[in-house]
Design a protein around this ligand. Structure first.
Ligand SMILES: [Zn+2]
Ligand SMILES: [Zn+2]
Length: 431
């Protein structure tokens, strides 16, 4: 289901601390990669004339998987391309990303989808899976041809950017999608409640006189889609959860045994609506940053596994688009290059989440939801590895980001936890 570059390398990573929570590994060892596959893990391995990466003091982990990226291609290549988006992904430690279909045109026919997959084989720095739309043109009226889109390689289906407003159509999509075995991912927004909203409907928006986007605008549709997952027996993935009530609905669905999963973004885990007091449009997201009790519920949900994936919702916007007053600016921020440093600095270092939890939710968690090979540090596994300098920090600067758009909420900050190398599908994608 992934399309990406070929080329498999011979590498020995020497003396790294190897951490793979699911393989129960945490030890100082060497890893030898033969032709892109992990061939040996042990002490003082023979290098066999392989390239040697001296990694003492660094941490080698399963590479990350981002299930929610906007590559803006086709249509807005001024904001991002397959090449620039996947270069940003590689720099962020990702070995695979999944791209959203709300492009111009929308990815709702097999031809467009096949064209993107072909381009990814030559242009991408890491493998990419492409979502296709649930409804034609993402207009919410008529189902796309899910069967032929799945045959053409769709990794899943979503109308991200907008909800499937009609419950009956959403139910039919789930029933019909049973033939594809793919997951439907949903952007939960009840637009009759969020229209005119630019920030969380709370005291900060009130003080600033900004239109509110209430938690209910998300959680009402989360409740609906959890119940539709139960009703149809089909899998539903809830994207970019932001509200405490949404986590409660997801937990209820999972306890009832429904096939329902959820993701959360680094910005919703690290920030609250207090950040918008600066009126910097790089803190304007959809759904919006919410209150501290929402953030706390997201962290608890991620910790206890109710939410099984971190997703950046990497949303490039050009400087001209974002360099306007808060209420005129589009929603969304870039996140691929800063996701791990942000989570490490804001959550792991203060003791809110363990390193192991963050690593699992950034890698195996999202891979499992979408039926992808789980990155792991084990003999026989494809080398999908990220080398981290946990003590190292770097200043986030627009001119240093590989993303073609630089609308990051971390500009000017100096987070810890630097990605120093990424090996994706057996090939060195970043160093
Ligand atoms: Zn969305
Ligand atoms: Zn999105």
């Amino acid at each position: 289901m992934l399309a990406g570059p070929g080329g498999r390398e011979n590498v020995v990573v020497r003396d790294a601390r190897i951490v793979d929570p699911l393989e129960n590994v945490d030890a100082l060892l060497d890893v030898r990669i033969d032709n892109g596959v992990i061939a040996q893990i042990g002490e003082r391995l023979d290098t066999n004339e392989h390239r040697v990466v001296e990694a003492a003091g660094q941490t080698l982990v399963p590479a990350f998987v981002d299930p929610h990226v906007h590559l803006r291609t086709p249509g807005r290549e001024d904001e991002a391309t397959i090449a620039s988006g996947t270069a940003a992904a590689a720099a962020g430690g990702y070995c695979a990303i999944l791209a959203m279909p709300n492009t111009e045109p929308v990815v709702d026919d097999p031809e467009t989808l096949r064209g993107l997959r072909t381009r990814a084989e030559t242009e991408a720095h890491v493998p990419v899976g492409f979502f296709a739309a649930i409804t034609k043109g993402q207009a919410g009226d008529e189902l796309a041809e899910l069967g032929s889109l799945a045959d053409a390689g769709a990794v899943g289906f979503t109308d991200d950017g907008r909800p499937v407003a009609a419950a009956g159509l959403m139910r039919r999509a789930l029933q019909y999608n049973a033939i594809t075995g793919r997951t439907i991912a949903v952007h939960c927004e009840e637009q009759s409640l969020t229209r005119g909203g630019h920030a969380h409907a709370g005291d900060v928006a009130t003080e600033l006189g900004i239109g509110g986007w209430p938690s209910l605008g998300e959680s009402l549709m989360v409740a609906r889609d959890v119940d539709l997952a139960g009703d149809t027996g089909q899998s539903v993935h809830l994207m970019h959860l932001s509200a405490r009530e949404s986590v409660d609905h997801l937990r209820r669905g999972r306890e009832a045994g429904y096939c329902v999963t959820g993701e959360v973004s680094p910005h919703h885990l690290c920030l609250t609506h207090e950040a918008i007091r600066t009126l910097d449009p790089n803190f304007k997201m959809n759904p919006p940053l919410r209150a501290e009790d929402d953030r706390a519920a997201l962290i608890v949900g991620l910790r206890d596994g109710t939410i099984s994936a971190v997703a950046t919702d990497h949303a490039p916007h050009s400087r001209e688009e974002k360099d306007v007053p808060f209420e005129s600016a589009p929603f969304g921020v870039v996140g691929l290059e800063t996701a791990f440093p942000a989570l490490y600095t804001y959550l792991v270092e203060p003791g809110l989440l363990t390193l192991e939890t963050v690593l699992e939710r950034m890698s195996a968690g999202p891979a499992v939801i979408f039926g992808l090979e789980r990155p792991r540090i084990a003999v026989g596994a494809t080398a999908n590895l990220t080398l981290l300098d946990l003590a190292g920090s770097w200043r986030v600067r627009a001119d240093r980001l590989r993303s073609r758009s630089q609308n990051s909420w971390l500009l000017g900050e100096r987070p810890k936890g630097r990605v120093s190398m990424t090996i994706a599908a057996g090939r060195v994608a970043f160093e």
